[in-house]
Design a binder for this molecule. Structure first.
Ligand SMILES: Cc1cc2nc3c(=O)[nH]c(=O)nc-3n(C[C@H](O)[C@H](O)[C@H](O)COP(=O)(O)O)c2cc1C
Length: 348
């Protein structure tokens, strides 16, 4: 209700200013005790060796530096993912680089991993008073040659390992040149090999095993999805996030900003991201849990992703268009439908 009044005002600001303004407002609301929730505990899920209080998480990119973890957690999410973070700070692409397409409930971004670097993120995480599930999403600096990408991921993995509940290897942003090439079979095989051996070393050193998750693009051909899935199983990767933003412009071609370069998210991504989940699930058969993301604007969309094979879901653009109450709406609907399912199976 409140958000439907606020949204027209926010949408008058340029999108990046509105983003900073909104996060600061949520932060202030929390500090002044106006926002005091935590994760909604309802139909907890066990996945990747972790207990999620509810299956609805915040997708990467909203809090790239981990500056607002507690405030975002107070919206009711079952888990929060921060990043993408890179080894060194970098400014990202020149502005403007973020565009709303309200007629389509969509966003195009070409931020380009703007972030303050992994050391700053670690300081922020250590300072936060958050005890829920925290994913940390890692990437490479834009000026690291693609053949040296593994070094960047290994630096970030090493630094964030003690502070993460799970770590996401982002090889699917369309805004870092050549990054998506790491999804090709040979490159992915080498990268996962290097990351898994480092994970083993770190698990021994810290006496705790932190799950490793890979985030993929929606623009892969079905054969590529299959080859990625086979490699995830070969390397015993703990989870897969499907999907990142798309290069496709189907459905937004004629809209203002529809031809801006970058990754498209929101409603037009929904069906494509869900079909990637369905394909992954057909190959993985539950061997690697899937986190479904892309175009969730309401409870029915989240349910569709779970029916396609996702164990958990995440939201980003839906928050911009529907507001923070979307989290509660989706969690409650999933819980209600789970309760109906268990009642049904109890009577069968
Ligand atoms: C402005 C913006 C920035 C994003 N930044 C990141 C990022 O840094 N790392 C990442 O893995 N995904 C990033 N994403 C992708 C989201 O995490 C998500 O995968 C995608 O937007 C699809 O979900 P949605 O339709 O609910 O937004 C970003 C998305 C948006 C809109």
């Amino acid at each position: 209700m409140l958000y439907s009044l606020l949204r027209p005002l926010l949408f008058r600001l340029d999108p990046e200013t509105a983003h900073v303004f909104t996060l600061n407002a949520i932060e202030k609301a929390r500090r002044f005790g106006l926002l005091a929730g935590g994760p909604i505990t309802c139909q907890a899920r066990h996945a990747m060796g972790l207990d999620f209080p509810n299956p609805v998480g915040l997708a990467a990119g909203m809090d790239k530096n981990g500056e607002h973890i507690e405030a975002l957690a107070a919206l009711g999410f079952g888990f929060i993912e921060i990043g993408t973070v890179t080894p060194r700070p970098q400014p990202g692409n020149p502005q403007p680089r973020l565009f709303r397409l309200p007629q389509a409930n969509a966003i195009i971004n070409r931020l380009g991993f703007n972030n303050h670097g992994v050391d700053k993120l670690v300081t922020n995480v250590r300072r936060a008073n958050y005890h829920g599930i925290l994913g940390i999403n890692i990437g490479k600096n834009f000026d690291t040659p693609v053949e040296k990408s593994a070094d960047d991921y290994l630096v970030c993995l090493h630094k964030v390992y003690p502070y993460a509940s799970y770590i996401v290897v982002n090889i699917s942003s369309p805004n870092t040149p050549n990054l998506r090439q790491l999804q090709n079979a040979e490159e992915l095989d080498h990268l996962l090999d290097a990351l898994k051996s480092k994970q083993k070393e770190l698990a021994d050193e810290h006496a705790k095993y932190i799950p490793l998750v890979v985030k993929i693009a929606p623009d892969l051909e079905f054969e590529q999805i299959e080859s990625v899935a086979v490699l995830l199983m070969k390397h015993h990767i703990d989870g897969v996030i499907a999907t990142n933003t798309t290069l496709s412009r189907t459905g937004v071609e004629t809209l203002p900003y529809g031809d801006e370069p970058g990754g498209l998210s929101g409603a037009p991504l929904m069906q494509r991201a869900t079909s990637v989940i369905r394909h992954l699930h057909a190959v993985l058969q539950g061997a690697v849990p899937i986190i479904g993301v892309g175009g969730i604007m309401g409870a029915a969309d989240a349910k569709e992703k779970m029916d396609a094979g996702a164990s958990l879901v995440q939201i980003y653009s839906g928050l911009v268009y529907r507001g923070p109450h979307l989290v509660r709406e989706v969690v409650r609907a999933i819980c209600a439908s789970d309760a109906v399912d268990s009642l049904r199976s109890g009577t069968e």
